[in-house]
Ligand binder design. Structure first.
Ligand code: NAD
Ligand code: UFG
Length: 348
């Protein structure tokens, strides 16, 4: 019997790619999403890409804070596990609107855990972030590093990790994997699904992509005086399809072993500077990305990359793609969908 997986936030960037990989692996998938930062078109395209598996996908437009709607979803299907992506993720917005972030991310998660518990579904994969390492004193970041938060968004990740540990401590039937993502970029190689942020992108590659298609005049490079190879910030970029596959590996681990609450980094273990990433994108796209050098962005760390040993050893998962493939697929998506899932009329 195919296992049923509930995916919260499954219409979003990482969620939609993970839903596709789940379907292709033979899982039944129910997505809930309030479409606050996504489009149902992403799920229509996932269905097309999933071909004969498309009938294993269903969608409910539900907000996690609406507990009775959540109850209805759990009453209609018995889930083997939940992958919990749903949340708000813009660092700057979280500083401006902390209560929105605490309300959405934390209350949404507590509701989800309560309803899961009430329905006897106690197997969870949660989307955490490398942001919980704050400004790491050394690299690569191992899962044992001290944790800190530099902003309300990061604090929601830290709190939710702690909530998950407490819940599992209180009831050993729970099996939980916390996945700390490094910097997801790229798109499905088909170019039919990818990242489509609302408004001005906060993150590097969505911004670069919008410059390449002519929606923005130049990229502002935040900080050229870091102690790095070329002075710009260094991050661990990971192809979103590799990241999606990491979730399948985590599910297998949950189904096959007696896990309690474990944390794994999902990264490549390689650090790439802003200028290296821009050069790789220029090569992949044949487009020049005009640059404007600027001061550091407040709150940014200098160098962040993952230790990948624990995930390799225990999840049997390792990223396959490098930055050239990430940029190739990002450009394929961007050139086919210069306005994402929307039209120029929706442009701000
Ligand atoms: P995304 O915004 O594309 O996807 C999140 C989805 O959750 C969206 O479709 C949104 O509509 C939905 N959502 C938000 N609040 C909801 C609610 N209350 N009820 C129902 N649906 C809700 O973001 P993403 O990049 O796909 O990120 C997925 C998860 O991974 C998030 O939890 C994010 O914090 C985490 N993460 C992302 C990154 C990154 O750089 N993209 C890095 C580390 C961690
Ligand atoms: N950068 C620019 N110009 C831009 C955007 C980014 O130069 O317009 C630089 C940043 O200064 C940084 C690098 O590109 O050096 C990467 O920046 P991102 O915003 O893409 O990624 P961050 O590592 O700063 O943060 C992101 C998310 C966090 C998350 C973290 C790890 O925003 O929430 O990845 O997953 F925690």
């Amino acid at each position: 019997m195919a296992k049923s997986i509930l995916v919260t936030g499954g219409a979003g960037y990482i969620g939609s790619h993970t839903v596709l990989q789940l379907l292709l692996c033979g899982f039944k998938v129910v997505v809930i999403d309030n479409l606050d930062n996504s489009s149902e078109i992403a799920l229509h395209r996932v269905k097309k890409l999933a071909a004969q598996f498309s009938t294993n996908l269903s969608f409910h437009q539900v907000d996690l804070r609406d507990k009775s709607a959540l109850e209805m979803v759990f009453s209609s299907t018995k889930f083997d596990a939940v992958i919990h992506f749903a949340g708000l993720k813009a660092v700057g917005e979280s500083v401006q609107k902390p209560l929105l972030y605490y309300n959405n991310n934390i209350i949404g998660t507590v509701n989800l855990l309560e309803v899961m518990s009430a329905h006897g579904c106690k197997t969870l994969v949660f989307s955490s972030s490398a942001t919980v390492y704050g400004w790491p004193k050394e690299v690569p970041c191992t899962e044992e590093f001290p944790l800190s938060a530099a902003n309300p968004y990061g604090r929601t990740k830290l709190f939710i990790e702690e909530i998950c540990r407490d819940v599992q401590n209180s009831d050993s039937e729970w099996k939980i994997i916390l996945l700390r993502y490094f910097n997801p970029v790229g798109a499905h190689p088909s170019g039919h699904i990818g990242e489509d942020p609302r408004g001005v992108p906060n993150n590097l590659m969505p911004y670069v992509q919008q410059v390449a298609v002519g929606r923005r005049p130049h990229l502002t490079v935040y900080g050229t005086d870091y102690n790095t190879k070329d002075g710009t910030g260094v991050r661990d970029y990971i192809h979103v399809v590799d990241l999606a596959d990491g979730h399948i590996a985590a599910l297998q681990k949950l189904f096959d072993s007696n896990i309690a609450c474990e944390v794994y980094n999902l990264g490549t273990g390689k650090g790439t500077s802003v200028l290296e990433m821009v050069a790789a994108f220029e090569k992949a796209s044949g487009k020049e990305i005009p640059l404007e050098m600027a001061g550091r962005r407040p709150g940014d760390a200098e160098v962040v990359y993952a230790s990948t040993e624990k995930a390799e050893r225990e999840l049997n998962w390792k990223a396959k793609f490098g930055i050239d493939e990430m940029c190739r697929d990002q450009w394929n998506w961007a050139s086919k969908n210069p306005y994402g899932y929307g039209s120029p009329d929706n442009e701000d």
